[in-house]
Design a protein around this ligand. Structure first.
Ligand code: PRE
Length: 351
């Protein structure tokens, strides 16, 4: 090793020492905050505060640390300080490609205590019974708001406290460096549909495809088996140490929106969103829709999204509005519509 490198490494060692001292000091403050919170029976996770810290740090742009780096470093710092304050469990449900796990890691870091649920209904039950403090559920994909999530939010008391927007990116991972050796590619049907151009370009014809229900379940096996590959999220490949050969192989860039649910209302942040459901009882849909839009206009509320969803054979409107539920105009709107409306939560706006 050159003298230059060893000198530079000495500098790094010195800085690492300082960094750890500083981080430890930071953790000490977090532990103190945690004690106060436990005494006051308040919630450990505070999406509003975390968002504020991130926004402040990103404003002071540095030479090397871009926004993505700040996000990922601080995600782990927050996760660790939350864990020191109090260990709280997070449940997630993975319908398939394990994007929920990616969201969990993105929001809660890798050091949390996680529980993978069998279905969305059991996740809601676990939050309701206090078995877990937080749940991560998918809320919206490219076909719109997901009916089952909407239905469960309607029927349960859990509140939406944060949102996470996740680009759906797939990787081709295999232990075989020579792609000509690969005989079987494990993938979900939906993923195959989203990576057709890639599969065609590399000549991975359908006779090599093995459809699976969940890439999470087969990743462990692919990690050990020769001449196999998997198409899955980057996170799953990395978790199982399967070398990623091609990244971002999807035909087009889709994204998915997940939300975090818990048993409390999130605090007001700089920019907020409020989600609610309005039941349409006995009246004509067009009249209800018109009335709703008139009220939204009357109270000068920003409308982000409106979608019709059927719940228990009754029509409902899923609404996303700008602002926090305690804002004056939203309060007036909510009061006026209180009989037909269910507030799902207000949370820091990511998009
Ligand atoms: C802290 C940790 C967890 C919360 O979600 C927000 C911030 C942090 O590490 O900065 C500290 C803390 O608990 C708080 O400020 O409320």
């Amino acid at each position: 090793m050159s003298r230059k490198i060893s000198e530079l490494r000495k500098e790094i060692d010195r800085l690492d020492f300082e960094l750890l001292q500083l981080l430890d000091k930071r953790m000490e403050y977090a532990v103190c905050i945690g004690k106060e919170k436990v005494l006051a029976k308040s919630n450990i996770y505070c999406p509003k505060r975390e968002q504020e810290i991130l926004q402040r740090l990103k404003k002071n742009a540095l030479k090397y640390l871009n926004h993505e780096a700040i996000d990922s470093i601080y995600r782990e710092i927050f996760a660790f300080s939350r864990k020191l304050e109090k260990v709280e469990k997070v449940a997630f449900f993975d319908s398939a490609s394990s994007f929920a796990y990616e969201v969990v890691a993105k929001k809660f870091g890798f050091v949390g205590k996680y529980l993978m649920m069998q279905d969305l209904a059991s996740l809601f039950r676990a939050v309701q019974l206090g078995e877990v403090k937080y749940g991560v559920i998918p809320l919206e994909n490219d076909s719109g708001i997901i009916k089952e999530s909407c239905e469960l939010l309607f029927k349960n008391e859990a509140k939406v406290i944060a949102e996470v927007i996740l680009p759906l990116q797939y990787s081709f991972a295999s232990n075989d460096e020579k792609i000509q050796n690969i005989k079987k590619i494990y993938l979900e049907k939906a993923i195959a549909n989203q990576c057709r151009d890639f599969l065609k370009f590399y000549g991975f014809n359908e006779d090599k495809w093995v459809f699976v229900d969940s890439s999470v379940e087969v990743a462990k096996m692919v990690a050990k088996k020769k001449h196999t590959a998997i198409i899955c999220s980057n996170m799953i490949a990395r978790l199982h140490n399967i070398p990623i050969i091609f990244e971002n192989i999807q035909d087009k860039n889709n994204q998915m929106r997940f939300v975090v649910i818990s048993d409390f209302f999130s605090q007001k942040a700089n920019k907020n969103k409020t989600s609610l459901l309005v039941a349409i009882k006995n009246k004509k849909r067009a009249d209800v829709l018109l009335g709703l839009l008139e009220d939204i206009k009357k109270y000068k509320i920003g409308l982000i999204k409106i979608e019709e969803k059927e719940i228990d054979f009754f029509s409902h409107f899923y609404l996303e509005l700008e602002g926090y539920f305690e804002d004056k105009n939203l309060q007036e709107f909510l009061r006026k519509r209180s009989k037909e409306l269910k507030l799902l939560g207000s949370y820091p706006r990511e998009l």
